[in-house]
Ligand binder design. Structure first.
Ligand code: GCW
Length: 710
């Protein structure tokens, strides 16, 4: 009796300590920590039986640490999915009935080292690749297939990444805060590093590797020079040691004036030999500690950050100086194109193009210029940046924003894959039809050797990583698209939902439907018909009336241009002529207000309040219709969520249900602010189909004021 009790007690301790190893603060129910890597036991008996036939062993041919991670992950996954402890062996010999992870010699015709193949061969499931990273990606793909209870029969696949550098950009500060972060504080515990290595770093790496992400920039682009000190390089090295095991290279954002502020030089002029020597030494010092260091990300001469222009030099001078420092190493320099000058008469839309396009061909081959998807700044809907396609001699990387800076922070459900896809699928018409932004970014249009897709991370130390449980899908979608931009938003939503929330097909359909419509719903109540930036400061409270700022383009009225005549920014030849930055066929889509798709209308035209639109309604009526149906549609989202309830974990169900209530309240807030404010120009009644706002403009303004009090 006594010994039985002891056995039960010891098992209890072991079980709990085992789960603590990866799950340091687990609570009752699904707290979201495991993301899409839950590996919940298979419930379909016939599928389970199929895989059990291949569960005799895991044969691992790679000896490096990435291959070891693949073996471990597979073992862990199978244990939970099939309930079987499968041992890992180094040589599978002629054995059958197992899963073989096989490193293949590099084939001459295959450039894509990270590609993988999964097939049934000689009685085994074989995952093969030329690289250990490829094996790891193939292993995650196999686990995804099993998790989704797909049959062995549909297992065969080959896959290769379309873009070489697939990375997250963290806007994390050394004090633990995150710029535009809504899921708690930074994952990186700088004050505890390098001695304390949080087990969570490994789970972060697993999650990224499962999507094919192979790089991470740990710190904010508004960078601190602190990261260039030996003390911090050692801290970074401790994180890099974890990332390396999952094929992820570590990068840093750099402060351009570090030679002065940290190095004590009298200048940071990129053409000064002492400055060049300082950076060369710095890079060498980093490689001593981090042999696979990825490179630098730089925000220069943007929003007050220092840069080469402080010394009369160009972006290319600055980037090339850093590239020179990386010459002896594999690392690269990623130079951001997010710049806009303080010219009150200028159109900010045009700024990045004007500064960068003339520099085409002047950058060192080690430099990639990283461009935000749209010309302004991560708005809920923007036309694609006109830079794409217009710098054929310079690799242009894509910068998407995963964190929901302009998309309702952590209280609004907005599935972002459609935003990413909309940009990637846009045709630049450079050299004719079919020249999509995706083809610029994946290098196929201009033959770029180095290609990049970056996403500004939405992670933080919230237990579920992203604050809003559905925001995990945005991290997931970014990663999947950075690997293969041809996947559809729907496929990705389905995968994520099945892996993360429920395998029940009906419930899945409700959730996927909600996700797919969520972005348009948000746009409708937030910035319909091509409106943008109705906010300053915190980037969330609705302030379309905001007209005072230290620069004209730091006011809301600069963007929407509401007046007694109408609404919208004229970017045709009668206005700023930003449209001229696009190829003629693109201009043709947007030049005529009668033909411009409604979703882009106010981006390019100042439209009269009474103008009849293609819907048969006037501009004013259409605006009201969008604001009202948008806000009402959040109710529809609530219903869809409710319909999935019985198939959801109660903790996740409640969390999302509560956030949807906030979303509805805030959607009404947005609607009322806009409608009441625009009414002061349009001077028209709200169409009778809609109930007029319950509050006055003054009351809404007051509530925004309260929201913004520090
Ligand atoms: O969107 C703006 C943000 C800033 C950010 C900047 C940038 C990191 O409001 O917080 O700074 O863009 O991308 O550099």
């Amino acid at each position: 009796m006594k010994s039985k009790f002891l056995f039960v007690f010891i098992s209890f301790i072991l079980l709990n300590s085992a789960s603590f190893a990866t799950d340091p603060l687990s609570s009752d129910g699904d707290d979201g920590y495991k993301l899409w890597l839950k590996y919940e036991p298979l419930t379909d008996a016939s599928v389970k039986a199929e895989y059990l036939k291949y569960a005799a062993f895991i044969g691992l041919s790679g000896k490096g640490e990435i291959a070891q991670s693949a073996g471990q992950e597979l073992q862990k996954g199978l244990k939970s999915l099939l309930g079987k402890n499968v041992s890992v062996t180094n040589s599978s010999g002629n054995k059958t009935g197992g899963i073989v992870l096989k490193l293949e010699p590099a084939a001459a015709n295959n450039q894509q080292q990270e590609a993988y193949r999964i097939q049934l061969s000689a009685g085994n499931i074989v995952v093969s690749s030329e690289s250990e990273s490829g094996i790891l990606y193939g292993t995650f793909a196999l686990l995804r297939h099993i998790q989704m209870q797909r049959s062995v029969k549909s297992l065969s696949q080959t896959s290769s990444p379309k873009v070489r550098y697939r990375m997250l950009n963290h806007w994390d500060n050394p004090d633990g805060s995150i710029e535009r972060g809504y899921a708690g504080s930074s994952l990186w515990k700088w004050y505890e590093l390098p001695e304390c290595v949080d087990p969570r770093y490994e789970d972060y790496a697993r999650a990224n590797a499962s999507l094919g992400i192979n790089g991470t920039v740990l710190n904010n682009v508004n960078a601190s020079a602190r990261f260039m000190s030996q003390e911090y390089i050692l801290k970074v090295a401790a994180i890099a040691n974890v990332m390396r095991r999952y094929g992820i290279r570590t990068y840093l954002s750099v402060y351009f004036a570090a030679p002065k502020t940290l190095g004590g030089l009298s200048t940071s002029d990129p053409l000064d030999p002492k400055v060049r020597a300082w950076w060369a030494d710095k890079v060498a010092q980093i490689y001593k500690e981090i042999p696979d260091f990825g490179g630098f990300l730089v925000k220069a001469n943007s929003e007050g950050e220092p840069g080469p222009q402080d010394y009369g030099r160009t972006h290319a001078d600055g980037a090339n100086m850093l590239a020179e420092a990386f010459k002896p190493f594999e690392g690269i320099v990623i130079w951001r194109a997010f710049v806009y000058k303080a010219d009150p008469n200028a159109d900010r839309f045009k700024a990045a193009y004007e500064e960068f396009v003339p520099l085409d061909g002047k950058f060192d081959p080690k430099v990639i210029v990283q461009v935000k998807n749209g010309p302004i700044d991560f708005q809920p809907r923007e036309p694609f940046s006109p830079m794409f396609g217009n710098m054929p001699k310079t690799p242009l990387g894509m910068e998407f924003q995963i964190t929901q800076e302009y998309l309702g922070f952590a209280t609004h459900a907005v599935y972002e894959a459609p935003i990413f896809k909309e940009c990637l699928d846009s045709d630049t018409y450079v050299n004719g039809e079919g020249a999509t932004v995706a083809k610029v970014v994946d290098g196929s249009l201009h033959g770029y050797a180095r290609t990049l897709m970056a996403g500004v991370a939405n992670t933080g130390n919230a237990r579920n990583w992203t604050g809003h449980p559905l925001a995990q899908a945005n991290w997931y979608a970014f990663g999947r698209l950075s690997w293969d931009h041809q996947l559809s938003s729907e496929e990705i939503a389905r995968e994520w939902t099945e892996l993360t929330l429920t395998r029940n097909q009906k419930a899945c359909a409700h959730i996927v439907g909600l996700m797919l419509r969520s972005r348009e719903i948000y746009v409708d109540y937030n910035t319909p018909l091509g409106l943008s930036r109705p906010w300053m400061g915190v980037h969330f409270a609705p302030e379309p009336w905001q007209n005072k700022g230290s620069r004209p383009d730091w006011t809301a009225v600069y963007y929407h241009r509401a007046d007694s005549v109408g609404l919208g920014f004229d970017r045709t030849a009668t206005g700023s002529n930003a449209l001229a930055q696009y190829q003629p066929p693109v201009q043709a889509q947007w030049i005529d207000p009668d033909k411009t798709p409604l979703s882009y209308l106010l981006w390019f035209h100042h439209v009269g309040w009474d103008k009849k639109l293609s819907t048969g309604r006037t501009l004013w009526e259409e605006l009201c219709t969008r604001f009202y149906t948008g806000a009402d549609s959040v109710r529809w989202m609530q219903q869809q969520w409710e319909l999935a309830k019985s198939n959801l974990d109660p903790q996740v169900y409640t969390d999302v249900a509560q956030r949807l209530k906030v979303q509805h309240r805030e959607a009404v807030w947005w609607r009322d602010s806009w409608v009441l404010y625009l009414q002061t120009f349009a001077k028209k009644p709200i169409p009778t189909a809609f109930e007029p706002p319950k509050q006055t403009l003054e009351e809404v303004k007051q509530s925004v004021k309260v929201y913004l009090i520090r």
